[in-house]
Design a protein. Sequence first.
Length: 997
Amino acid sequence: MEKIVKYYVELNSGKNNFLQLLEQNVVLFAQFTEDVISHWSFIQHENESLSKLNKQYEQEAEKQRTKVKELKAELIEARSQLAALVASKQALASEKQILAIRRMLRDDRSYIPEKSRKKLEFLTVKSSVEERSVESAPSETGIDYDHTDDDSLDQKKPGRVVRTQNSDRKRSRSVGGEMTIDNDDDELQMHNSPKRSRDDLEIGFIESEKCPMKSTLNIPEAKRVGYRQSMNKSISEPYLMELRNLPMSTLQVMNPVLLKSQPTLAKTAVTSNTPTVDSIPSRTHFFTSKTVLKPEYCDVCEKRVTFGKLILRCNKCKTQCHHECRIGAVGLCVARTPMGRHAYRKLCDYVPPQAPFIPHIVVHCIDEIERRGVDVVGLYRVPGYVAALLCKIIDDINVLTGCLKKFFQQLKEPLIPLTSRQDFISAAMEVDELKKMDHVHQAIKELPYPNRDTLCFLVMHLQRVAGASAFNKMPKTNLAKIFGPTVLGFSDQQAQNVTQMIDDSSKSELVMQLLLSLPQQYWKQYLPVTEQERIAAARTTTTAPANPRIITATNVVDGEADHERLFPSTMALIVLIPICFLIMSTEKAAEEFEESYLHGMLPLYYRKLFPFKPYIKWLRYGSDDYFRRREFAFILKGSIYLRYKSFDNGSYFEKEVISSVPEKIDIGAVYNVEPKCKQNSETFLPVEKEMVFDIDLSDYDEIRECCKGGSICKICWHFIVAAIKVIDPILLDDFGFEHRLWVYSGRRGVHCWVADKEARNMNNEERSAVAEYISVVMGGEGQKKKVFLNDESVLHPVIQRGLVVASNIFPVLLKEYSWLDSQESWEAMLKLIPDKTIADALESIFEKVDTAEERWQAIKMALCKPHIPDNCRFAVSEILLQYIYPRLDMNVSKGINHLLKSPFCIHPKTGKVCVPIDLEKVDEFDPTSVPAIDDLLKELSENDAGEENNIDNEKKNRKPLDYNRTTLKPYVQIFERFVNSLPKEDIPQREQSQMEF
């Protein structure tokens, strides 16, 4: 009873304690809940306040949008009224002058020379202005208005030009003429204006500040009146009829006006070289009738001519019109200036949509030049070889510098626009240094954003180049001579005067020297940190062009590149493609290779460095039929795996590899039929293939401590050396295979190709037997015991030879690894000893000695005593074999149709070439010194410096053996020795003479 009472008291006490603890937890939870509710209430109240405030802002924004719409409508109405008034005033002024001229022609006809009277005959026709309604003028003339509010109404990209809604959509096929008047000399002149692109500029007319209205007219001056060179309808000058029909008095008060937001695009200046009416030969049109098959336009009335109608076309100037419009055609027949579809464009057409406004090609070219180093002698002075641009890898830095210069040279307008050119020249010619700095600062600030940002980026780069002048011999003066004419251009782009060009070049040089003298800190203010970060991002990404209509990729048809669609020249885009997708860095990681670079390097590697001749000779074995039935597998870019590819001969194989650029080539078996025709055959069976072995260091990860996974170093390479020294004698001595090719896999393993005829003819069972004969240790499964020799009374010769190799290499690795340095490591080794008593005794000994060598000697002494258990007779041998003996990938060796990576492929993870190993120097082979693809291409570029490629050889597809000029040469020689050692009966002389490479 007392026990029950005592037990009850304990239970009651425990219950009270539990309830007390529970109550405390409940109180804490209640407090936490109260805090959460309070915080939630505060958040809800704050959310309601913000919602109300947001609604207020939305209402205000809606009111502002409505107000903006109303203001826009008012602005449009005001512009329309202003246009009507201006057009009316122009029409009245022109009619007054026309009437005055008509009266003078009637009264003084006998005093006017015949030549002048013919030129003024058009004034006897009733003016078209009288027939036009004043109300239609605003929509037809495209008048330029006050664009003060352009920035607020239309958000446009800085430096870009705007196309009006009234501009015609039909493109012109020629360059039109533009009427301009020199008010000071009262001379009417005509000059060519370059054809503008669809969105080039907005043309209009405004009333000139000085509009002299003469009451008298000197007839000799009238002969300067000029006609337009072409009546073709143009985007930039859409109203040719109005310009033609408007009288001279009206033209005197009209000037083309540019948008205020486009200060850099001014009208073309009139020079002494500008053609006038006296310099144009007087000839009439030679019209012929033509039946319209597709819609055409009349150059006179601008109406459409539909299918099946007749149209007149001049055979010389290509002017076309209706039969009834023939009288109204332009009087002079002047051949049109051809304008191809690849006309040069302005800088603003190539800039990205957001700041900094620098063309991608400029960013990538400069970045790659600086990556490779600006200490190259003659940088920007030595021209690059143009044909090298057809390669996807530009291995000559002078080609890159030439591309950068070519891009700026072939812009439609120089980097410093013509409208700002004189400002920079004036600043450079200024004597007073303070005024010089003030003027140049002002000129830079007034540049359009694309021009200013690009100029800043270019000048900062050139300053860095000049900073290395001690090495590249390119000080600022040399750079100014080179880039001055490129950046500023010439005052007259069509000038042929050598003296003037020399003068312009000297002025441009002074300007460039001035720009290069400005400190970098000054230029950096135009490229803030955020913008510089964006440039850095653009360097590492392949950003799409701002205008996909302009920048297009190269089309490849039948191996020929279509360079007709490149901008602004063939050079620029061909360099942009490898630069957007390939920026070769010399500072690679020691273990990993940037895979994204590989595909850009492979085309040049396959064309110049891959040893196709010995390679095809090996796999052909003297017969095209044998080669035709060989399976190849390609891994293309994007991990596209193509199996069962076969080729009629080696030449087709070489062409296919060069054109498709596989990232990996696998070699398969030889089948009874061609693999590409397997669908047409009832049986498709592998009949022959080299016997192969694959050893991968990942199978040694349980014991190697220096590296893991795909990493490799000279220390763990000892495992591969041991594997080669064990397996190769077995293949030679035990099986009689004489033709063995050991190939480094490019990363962490080796492959062995046995090319003897007997080995190629083995079936799967025979291959499995050979692999089982060699194999003793399997990889994986941790450190558990894998070698058991207790059942053997005498060790097999294979194992004995393996023990000799293992005994020599084990002490070397014992010094490098901690196999016996710590308790954890020696416990793993002691587990391999079958007798636990011996293992425990050795463990106690290990604690008393200091070095791994002493512990290993203790193991050998303990296991070599006369009276040890039978299961420990070969314990030392088992330890050596488990740690050192080669570990084969059995699946690779057993299957006849198993594919294996081809020699001389490029490993995508490391960029290294899968090179053959010289069996006589296997101990000297260093996997870390195996050439990588980028190193080889760099060597090739350095060897080609100063030499010109043999273009005739390239045309004949007879490329030189370029690998002989790189560090790949000794490895190719090893491969050639292997191929040449193949038995002669496998390469009949008859077929050998017919081999084509």
